[in-house]
Design a protein around this ligand. Sequence first.
Ligand code: KIV
Ligand code: ZN
Length: 506
Amino acid sequence: MRQIDIFDTTLRDGEQSPGVALSPEEKLQIARQLAKLGVNVIEAGFPIASPGDFQAVKRIADEVRQVSICALARANTKDIERAWEAIAKGEDPRIHTFIATSPIHMQYKLQKSPEQVLEQAVAAVKLSKSKVSNIEFSAEDASRSDVDFLGRVFSAVIEAGATVLNIPDTVGYATPEEFAAFIKAIMERTKGVEKVKLSVHCHNDLGLAVANSLAAAQMGVHQLEGAINGIGERAGNAAVEELAMAIKTRRDQFQLETTINSKEISRTSKLVSRLTGMIVQPNKAIVGKNAFSHESGIHQDGVLKERSTYEIMSPDSIGADMDTIVLGKHSGRHAVRERLTELGLEIDESRLDEVFKEFKLLAERKKEVTTDDLFTLVDSQTNNGPQVTLEYLQVSSGTQIVPTSTLGLNYKDQRYEDAACGDGPVDAAYKAIDKILGIKHKLLHYALQAINEGEDSQGEVTVSVQFDGHTVGGRGVSPDIIESSVKAYLQAVNRAYERGWITFTL
Ligand code: KIV
Ligand code: ZN
């Protein structure tokens, strides 16, 4: 069996999904989980993009071990210097530099000749080489590039010191057979190709990202790039969990193996969905809620007699077998700690105190506290303490009345109250908060999802909000969805305040 590397770009390309705005703490949390999942490389971000991106990449590089940490940089000095500054202390740091090589991108976007692009690519790799040995070079829009030109660019960057050559299907245009033949043609034209790793990065515009990646794997590439739940620009990237499970389940076909611990897939998918607010479609392969459900009588009968009649993978192979009811309001601190340990969530005593306090409050409102509720409690405990908190909330809404919200906020141990009307109860509550704090916002994205099955589930709201041109995300969980919405908005408000993007006029 040949090992193929998994390069995860959830925190870079994935974070470029519209409406996603992760805080540095959330990115760190996802990076830790990706390390547990067993990916080989984490592309932690694009440090030149903003001070927040830089901070997040740096924290990940400083704190996450046992996985190579990579940062993206366009093929220019400023980007490369900044990327290196962010990852210098990381485990096996990798600079990933890129420039477009297709006629369409060179002519219209870069307005450069092919020779200028080649020169810039070589200069970028040489500069990167002066800092680190592990260098990935990507030819953006490779699949629409001239293969002879690509062969020249790749040969030149190998000579300049690149160690990984990435072939992106940037616009998701390729088809599997054609992409496999394209990889072969590149290999034939690239001098020194045997000294480097080849990689592919496929987008899903035609729904072929995973198929194209696997076709390339069969041609002998060494690395597949993707994002958890397939998130990313436009229709997203190849889904890491689909790549990993296809390779594992059809080992007979691919003769490949990855270092992915498949039992961490479900947990990773849920964490990414929760923090990004990008809801996983129920019929999504591997991690969709219905991926292991059997609805028709014929199927259920078959599965009861012999699971393999309709199941090619088991739910426990992706760690989806833990969603059993676990605890209730009579459970004590010890039981909570035991269950957290079983779930691999080791937390120190002071954090356990906080989690247990929240657990008790939740158990008062909800009959059963499930595994997913516990994960959510622990996840929300990792956020910084808020400055503004909700004291009480009252809404009136329905048909034939104007939705109104009255709420009380706590700021520095004082209560502030006001009321507002809106298009709906959430809008009214957000307007009341704005009135109290003297701020203005633009809501870019709002997503509500149930944490688990059944009527007793908690509602989780993720928002992405703009304050004076700055985008920030927030998340809130509660059995009451208006309360979750308010908590999510307050988290975004607190983060914007921490970063100095808003001030309060109380
Ligand atoms: O899709 C793409 O081409 C990219 C590159 C930066 C690798 O994301
Ligand atoms: Zn991409």
